[in-house]
Write a protein that binds this ligand. Structure first.
Ligand code: PHB
Length: 370
């Protein structure tokens, strides 16, 4: 048991833990965080590798959401994992993380309707389960622009979507990642298929809960075929309204989904608890611990955690791993700061998305601040 922090003499947060075949040096995860700072060809470069390496005290890093195709891209300057240049760029990141003794999973992302023609090949319309316009704006290379009405995918196009995930999973393997996380949260494509607000389909991918969950399960099968289930996790946000998503009855939907995911023996289930980046309890929500009890693997909790909440989650066994998001942006040495009860740097929200090294690789560690 770690005794470094006098406030938390009993916590095992800072102790090693097994994640499938991988040993993590602690139970603290760096959550996926979009920073919109990659350059040409949507490939990471040395500055991105430095950013991740600074944060390698995390037991596990989940990469920022990473586009599985140009079609899957919805935010300017976000990385991809589908070209050779992107594989080579990510190799800089994974090598840097491994050199520091940490581990990194690649988060596989298709935004679906949360895109804009200016980010698509030939100015195409974004694709979605149904032609339902999102309320909100897209972050494009020329600033924020209103979302457009997406094009509903033809049934015959669905295998092509699954193939995009498979290809990206293969690229992630060649880029040296330790595993992949399927992004099925926050109102992006897979979540759009799950929910009855955005999925109005009448084919085998819409209507019943079984049908709405079909694409996520097909994608999971494809990714597991590439990686093996012990290196595949999945992220969901069952009660989050992120990106104008909603469902009339999320509890049976996500209960069914997690029961079906158990067939694969995935290594972890990553749950955004509450509203993404907002309150941990949501009106019309349900007790997410139900999913923790159903799931047959590691449960990774995220959203609004601080040290006391993380310690409590371990004390009560409400979670196995705790993912911290924004605190990792402004505190490259977050683990050390939590361990010693050190102060946290405040977050500069003006440098969250896009821009240069400022607000990216210049937040000081405790040692640098001293
Ligand atoms: C964001 O850029 O705000 C963002 C990206 C991916 C997410 C959630 C939020 O899953």
């Amino acid at each position: 048991m770690n005794q470094a922090n006098p406030q938390n003499p009993e916590t095992d947060l800072f102790d090693p833990v097994q994640l499938g075949p991988i040993t993590l040096r602690n139970r603290i995860v760096m959550a996926p965080l979009t920073r919109s700072r990659v350059g040409q060809g949507d490939a990471p470069g040395p500055m991105n590798a430095q950013y991740y390496a600074q944060r390698a005290s995390a037991g596990l890093i989940v990469s920022e959401a990473t586009n599985i195709s140009q079609q899957g891209k919805g935010y300017a300057f976000t990385p991809g994992i589908y070209t050779e240049a992107q594989v080579a760029g990510w190799r800089l990141v994974t090598d840097a993380i491994h050199a520091k003794g940490s581990r990194i999973f690649c988060q596989l992302w298709h935004v679906g309707r949360i895109s804009h023609p200016s980010l698509q090949a030939d100015n195409a319309l974004p694709v979605a389960p149904s032609a339902v316009t999102p309320n909100g704006k897209a972050f494009t290379e020329t600033g924020f622009q209103p979302h457009v009405t997406p094009r509903a995918l033809e049934t015959a196009e669905i295998p092509g979507i699954v193939a995009q995930y498979r290809h990206a999973a293969e690229c992630a393997k060649r880029a040296g990642f330790d595993g992949v996380e399927i992004h099925a949260a926050n109102g992006y494509l897979l979540d759009q298929f799950l929910r009855d607000k955005t999925n109005l389909r009448t084919d085998a991918y819409g209507g019943s809960i079984e049908n709405r969950a079909r694409l996520v399960l097909e994608v999971t099968q494809a990714v597991v075929d590439v990686w093996g289930a012990e290196r595949v996790g999945i992220r969901i946000s069952p009660v989050s309204p992120a990106n104008d998503i909603a469902d009339s009855n999320p509890e049976p939907l996500f209960t069914y989904l997690v029961e079906q995911l158990n067939r694969f023996n995935l290594v972890y289930l990553h749950v955004v608890e509450g509203a993404t980046g907002g309150p941990r309890t949501v009106e019309g929500g349900f007790d997410l611990q139900k999913l923790r009890r159903i799931f047959n693997g590691i449960y990774m909790a995220n959203n609004g955690y601080d040290l006391p909440l993380a310690v409590q989650a371990r004390t009560t066994n409400a979670a196995d791993l705790i993912a911290f998001g924004r605190p990792f942006i402004s505190n490259p040495d977050l683990v050390e700061r939590l361990k010693t009860g050190g102060p946290l740097n405040p977050l500069d929200k003006s440098t969250l998305y896009g821009g240069d090294a400022r607000g990216y690789i210049d937040y000081p560690s405790l040692a640098e601040a001293a």
